[in-house]
Write a protein that binds this ligand. Sequence first.
Ligand code: FES
Length: 158
Amino acid sequence: TKTTIPVHLDINGRDHDLQLEPRVTLLDALRDRLGLTGTKKGCDHGQCGACTVHIDGERVLACLTLAAQVEGRTVTTIEGLAREGEMHPVQAAFLEQDAFQCGYCTPGQIMSAVACIREGHAGSDEEIREYMAGNLCRCGAYPHIVAAVRQAALEAAS
Ligand code: FES
């Protein structure tokens, strides 16, 4: 049998106590142990951005992060963005701008977009593209994604 360790996680404002193997990634803990499957597994190697979440408000790739590393920190996933049944403004902007096709990369795109705007990197389309470059979209919906981030950034500034 493999050794497990107790890991306490704060996800979307809820506490979870898990027994995990030390090498379990945050991505696998979210998806396989907590049923939070909104965070997607694309490459599992830090190359696609599908697994983007926030840790203490900063964007992180969950496939490159060990669950045990985030003890004592706050994790936000796509499931934690909506408030009292209201979509997050960035989610609404993605819908309005048709910023997805198959939708697989969308949760990661949205988590990156929220961080992009919050950190002040949405001042121009160029800046948005640069910040969002780690979030791949196989459908090539990039122009719509940039438009959604721009719209949400303008709304946030108004
Ligand atoms: Fe983490 Fe692709 S699944 S970057």
